[in-house]
Design a protein around this ligand. Structure first.
Ligand code: TLP
Length: 348
């Protein structure tokens, strides 16, 4: 059999496993808008328990989970502090402004972890001219800092600063599972450093669809209404929650393999002339490569011609993500293709 392309564009490209497809076919379902889907209820309870929080809500996408949280934590005309390369700010269109009237105050950081003193100075009450800034948006792992793990101790300091200033905290944990595995952090420790958090089932864990918004019971009840408002109330959605349960129960342990492959790929690509790792060695499953003086879109096109897919992530940056559906052979193929792809792109 000929091998298809080696797809490193994202860990969202994975196909559901045989066990997931079986669970989907056999799932007990009901109308979840009436609160009658037993498989969704099981997934929501199990996720909440993992983080030692009261409740959670199944949402179709990570974006929807993040946007619902922000909308519940801040009123129109208020500000949210966010890391300057955060997904919620940079990759969710202008969702915070368009959907919830929230003004964003981006702050730069070295590896995704904001400076607590700067955050303290930025979170402030409304004052005549100045908007109230009462929401802190965190991300872990930090996607565009190369999947960097922000240590839970650092998140705890930021949470304490937010408390001190009367502000709320939401954690975008699309890849929090990766952070937990890479750093050995127990999940309840993350549950303790934010008012709400969002985790994705559809990234490293390989489920076809779905994310979970986690928080206290009153917050999740409000989130259920906001989900309906945004058009995310789903009916016999236990067929998707069933795949999510398989993901949650069986797929977390294997993430360390993805991390090892990312490190191997990073070493290979960083040795290529013009290439470097602007976000350092990968902590988890994301490798961001800078290609000096070369157009990243051209590098991507040249890789594609060699059967390797990677995402241009800025003018001179290419992103590779390892996941369930890439193996050692795919890593070897990408490592071999990269030098020629950069050379081709530099000539073009
Ligand atoms: N990220 C996608 C793209 O949107 C860039 C990817 O391929 O990495 N938070 C973070 C940190 C994310 O990386 C993503 C998806 C989301 C939220 C949104 O999740 P979905 O795609 O389920 O809405």
């Amino acid at each position: 059999m000929t091998r298809g392309p080696s797809d490193f564009r994202s860990d969202t490209v994975t196909k559901p496993t045989a066990a997931m497809r079986r669970a989907m076919a056999e799932a007990a379902v009901g109308d979840d808008v009436f609160g009658e889907d037993p498989t969704v209820a099981e997934l929501e309870q199990e996720t909440a328990r993992l983080f030692h929080r009261e409740a959670s809500l199944f949402v179709p996408t990570g974006c929807m989970g993040n946007q619902i949280a922000a909308r519940l934590h801040a009123r129109p005309g208020e500000e949210a502090v966010v890391e300057a390369a955060a997904h919620m700010f940079d990759w969710e269109l202008a969702g915070l402004a368009a959907l919830s009237g929230i003004q964003v105050r981006p702050l730069a950081s070295a590896r995704g972890g904001l400076d607590p003193d700067l955050v303290r100075a930025t979170l402030r009450p409304a004052g005549g001219f100045r908007p109230r800034c009462g929401l802190l948006l965190l991300e872990n792992t930090h996607n565009f800092h190369g999947g960097a793990v922000v240590p839970v101790e650092h998140l705890a300091r930021l949470h304490a600063v937010a408390r001190e200033r009367g502000a709320r905290v939401h954690l975008d944990g699309a890849r929090l599972w990766n952070a937990a595995v890479a750093s050995g952090t127990p999940l309840p420790a993350y549950g303790a450093v934010a008012d709400s958090l969002m985790v994705c089932l559809s990234k490293g864990l390989g489920a076809p669809v779905g994310s979970m918004l986690v928080g206290d019971a009153a917050f999740v009840a409000q989130a259920r209404e906001a989900r309906k408002l945004l058009g995310g109330g789903m009916r016999q959605v236990g067929v998707l929650a069933a795949a999510g349960l398989v993901a949650l129960r069986t797929m977390r342990g294997r993430l360390a393999d993805d991390h090892a492959r990312a490190r191997r790929l990073a070493r290979a690509v960083a040795a290529v002339p013009r290439a470097s790792l602007p976000t350092g060695d990968p902590d988890t499953n994301i490798v961001i490569v800078r290609v000096e003086g070369v157009d990243a879109a051209r590098v991507s096109a040249a890789l594609k011609a060699r059967g390797v897919l990677a995402l241009p992530a800025g003018a001179d940056r290419v992103r590779f993500v390892t996941h369930l559906d890439v193996d050692d052979e795919d890593v070897a193929r990408a490592s071999a293709a990269f030098p020629d792809a950069v050379a081709d792109a530099a000539r073009a």
